[in-house]
Design a binder for this molecule. Structure first.
Ligand code: GSH
Length: 215
């Protein structure tokens, strides 16, 4: 088995944090996104989406979604459970993990990819044809990040971790989403004390420290 990744890429980092939290070792192959290795034939033969991460199993099967890769490992190594164990807990983790991705990560991605020169003609990751950035999407992303931050703070006023009482996959996606917003200079405001408390606790975790790369 091999994990194709690029350490600086948020979705790859998500899987790397998850694996470290679980104590799972997987051989890795680095795909340099800056040099466009993800858009070369050798990589596209594994997945025509041209994005990382991707897990290649020993029989050649390729799994190319970060959440699916994490779930696969959770099923192989159930402890510590990062997707929950009881039906209600599992549903809440799934729900909050999706909140983090759709309401946090995607606005951050819109804000970033539609505003930096590097992506002016490559606004959608993994797509070979030219797709131009839309500045309005960047602006909308910035507004949505503020909404995300406020809701995160409300949630964390009620519970220690995003999905409830325990650290879970939702916290990993939440952390990566807050860090994605930082790329557009949108920082978690100091006055959101509940979200700040959670973010500081996340940033003190070994898995988070060891996967952090300034970008
Ligand atoms: N939904 C996918 C998203 C994967 C994705 O967008 N990966 C980005 C890095 S975070 C990528 O490979 N981008 C390639 C590029 O920008 O050229 C997942 O969760 O794995």
């Amino acid at each position: 088995m091999k994990l194709y990744h690029f350490p600086r890429a948020p979705h790859a980092r998500k899987v790397n944090i998850f694996l470290q939290e679980k104590g799972i070792e997987v051989p890795r192959v680095e795909v340099n996104l800056v040099e466009g290795e993800n858009l070369k034939e050798a990589y596209l033969a594994r997945s025509n989406r041209g994005v990382v991460p991707l897990l290649e199993l020993d029989d050649g099967t390729c799994i190319d979604e970060s959440l699916a890769i994490c779930r696969y490992f959770e099923n192989l190594h159930p402890e510590p459970a990062l997707f929950g164990t009881e039906p209600q807990e599992k549903a809440l983790i799934d729900s909050w993990e999706r909140h983090m991705e759709f309401d946090g990560y995607l606005p951050g991605q819109d804000a970033f990819r539609n505003s930096v020169e590097r992506f002016a003609n490559y606004a959608v990751a993994g797509v070979q044809q030219e797709i131009r950035a839309i500045p309005d999407l960047a602006q909308r992303g910035r507004v949505r990040i503020d909404i995300f931050f406020a809701r995160l703070d409300e949630r964390l006023a009620e519970v220690p971790f995003i999905a409830g009482e325990k650290f879970s996959m939702a916290d990993i996606t939440g952390l990566v989403s807050v860090d994605m917003a930082k790329r557009s200079k949108k920082f978690l405001p100091e006055h959101l004390v509940n979200a700040q408390r959670w973010y500081k606790a996340m940033c003190a975790r070994e898995s988070v420290i060891s996967t952090y790369i300034e970008s």
